[in-house]
Design a protein around this ligand. Structure first.
Ligand SMILES: [Zn+2]
Length: 230
């Protein structure tokens, strides 16, 4: 299952050499094909532990840089593990413009921590973003947000035990030192729950208010036209 870089024949893979990946540029889950491959003879000479390959996204043609660990060096070839590290991760997207300014700044940084796999920095920033959101929502805001999160937990069918650390990050009043350590899976849940909470508390309201304002505007315009032609 390994990828092989041969001194004479270049890249060879026992499967096919394409891989499927979410592209950090276009966001599409696309096939990637090797575009730039290190010279096998220089690898055989220097024997680095890791090797970088540039793949090309089939959807947008952007270059995607991946790092592979070397499995073994033979006389004429280098064998790589198939697992790789993505040096650029896809950015998490959100309708930031609907958030209060302060919350937007903090939440953007939270998502940047997440994209870089810094899950506990992410969790600390989620705490700051949610506190700023509760302040912006005014009296009763935190309780309303809590109710939205309980609904989200119910919809997603997440057990109380698995959900406890998420609730603690968002709603406990303890210090940052008391925040639970999150692993990748828990951080993923926190990400989706907080996105949903912000959506329900800000984005939905903002979109709906704007859409209704536009409808009213056209009704008024139509009435004016009608009045003018009558
Ligand atoms: Zn792409």
């Amino acid at each position: 299952m390994a990828i092989v870089l041969d001194r004479d024949q270049g890249i060879k893979s026992e499967l096919e050499d394409r891989i499927g990946l979410e592209c950090p540029y276009c966001g599409v889950h696309a096939h990637m094909q090797p575009q730039s491959i290190p010279d096998a003879s220089s690898l055989l000479r220097d024997k680095p532990k890791h090797v970088g390959l540039v793949y090309k996204c089939d959807a947008c043609n952007a270059p995607v840089f991946l790092r592979f660990a070397v499995r073994q060096y033979d006389d004429n070839k280098v064998e790589l593990y198939r697992n790789f590290i993505e040096l650029e991760r896809p950015k998490e997207r959100f309708a930031f413009s609907y958030l209060p300014k302060h919350t937007e700044v903090l939440f953007r940084e939270a998502l940047s921590c997440y994209s870089n796999n810094n899950f506990n920095a992410f969790s600390s920033m989620c705490r700051r973003a949610s506190v700023s959101a509760f302040e912006a929502m005014g009296e009763g805001g935190k309780l309303r947000a809590f109710e939205e999160v309980v609904v989200a937990q119910d919809i997603a069918g997440i057990e109380d035990e698995a959900f406890a650390p998420i609730k603690k990050v968002l709603f406990s009043t303890g210090t940052h030192e008391e925040l639970p350590l999150l692993n990748r899976a828990q951080a993923g849940i926190l990400l989706e729950v907080l996105k949903d909470m912000f959506y329900q508390c800000f984005v939905r309201r903002g979109k709906l208010t704007r859409a209704i304002k536009v409808r009213r505007f056209f009704v008024t315009e139509a009435n004016n036209d009608h009045a003018a032609s009558a």
